[in-house]
Ligand binder design. Structure first.
Ligand SMILES: Cc1cc2nc3c(=O)[nH]c(=O)nc-3n(C[C@H](O)[C@H](O)[C@H](O)COP(=O)(O)OP(=O)(O)OC[C@H]3O[C@@H](n4cnc5c(N)ncnc54)[C@H](O)[C@@H]3O)c2cc1C
Length: 275
């Protein structure tokens, strides 16, 4: 079985700042990471390889620096990786992104299952997996919590919604998006990481290899235009901060809770006694 797992190389949003004048992201100097939700997709793909055999290929469309992210994924145990990278792919919206990814999967030829994360932490549209499925004319299920069985070229998946669990059976090749936090991503192992560094299993496919119509990729192939981004004004919080020793802080908190009638009065001085 050949499983492809899609991972995105994203700016670490905790380090991202906004330009207050233009309202756009300041990406310069911001470190990138593998989209954390995609590690759950990688984990599920690796578990399926362990259960059913075959191989796992990671794929990303990104600038050349994303090789580092793919090496991290190989460090988790993925067999090989493909970086789809070309200046012509820059500025892509989700339609153009999914077109390039789907075209690469078609080029691979022998893919049985495509596994994605639920969404990214930077753009968070959750469009890409559905759009890839559409380009490939393949069945698609999202919020997949577990794959229960694969047999006779069919896959049985469990999908979790807030208060509901559903079971689906899909014909392969199929596309699934994995529910965030549903897996326990394994750590990078030195033996795999060494392979990533020594054997260099990451291939780069530019548009010279994929030969896609330039009108369908990058900015030219992107019908969606982000016209404006604004930053929500911070809502002032009713917040009191106490600085001091832990015991004083606890007494202070108890007095506040008593004043607000959240706790019955018990005599704050006594509450602080003992260990
Ligand atoms: C007009 C326009 C211009 C844009 N220009 C840029 C730009 O210059 N630079 C930029 O970074 N973004 C740009 N974007 C954002 C870009 O559309 C998204 O980053 C990208 O298409 C993926 O969408 P998403 O992050 O919402 O992924 P989602 O749909 O939320 O991702 C779901 C899952 O799909 C997979 N996935 C998503 N993206 C990739 C990928 N690239 N490779 C492999 N797997 C993937 C992952 O498994 C992920 O968990 C632009 C958007 C628009 C509308």
């Amino acid at each position: 079985m050949h499983i492809v797992v899609g991972v995105k190389w994203v700016p670490n949003t905790q380090a991202v700042r906004f330009d207050p004048h233009t309202g756009t992201l300041i990406r310069e100097g911001v470190p990138s990471i593998v989209n954390p939700h995609d590690l759950h997709a990688v984990e599920l793909a690796l578990k399926l390889r362990e259960r059913y055999g075959g191989r796992v290929t990671a794929v990303t469309m990104a600038p050349p620096g994303a090789v580092k992210g793919l090496e991290h994924i190989i460090g988790m145990g993925v067999d090989d990786a493909v970086l789809l990278s070309d200046r012509k792919y820059a500025g892509a919206d989700t339609l153009a992104t999914s077109y390039v990814i789907a075209s690469a999967i078609k080029r691979m030829g022998d893919v049985d299952l495509i596994v994605f994360g639920q969404e990214t932490i930077d753009s968070s549209t959750a469009h890409v997996p559905a759009q890839v499925a559409s380009w490939l004319e393949a069945p698609y299920i999202y919020y997949v919590e577990e794959v229960e069985a694969i047999e006779d070229n069919r896959i049985r998946v469990r999908r979790r919604l807030e208060d509901l669990v559903e079971w689906y059976e899909l014909e392969m090749p199929a596309v699934i998006a994995v529910l965030m936090h549903s897996q326990k991503p394994r750590p990078v192992r030195l033996i795999h990481k060494l392979r990533a560094v020594l054997e260099k299993p990451v291939e780069t496919w530019s548009n010279e290899i994929l030969r896609l119509d330039e009108r369908c990729v990058g900015l030219k192939g992107s019908p969606t235009v982000v016209t404006k981004i604004t930053w929500m004004p911070e809502v002032p919080r009713k917040q009191k901060i106490f600085k001091g020793e832990p015991k004083e802080a606890v007494n202070w908190l108890i007095r506040r809770l008593e004043e607000e009638k959240i706790l019955p009065t018990c005599g704050a001085d006594k509450c602080g006694e003992g260990d």
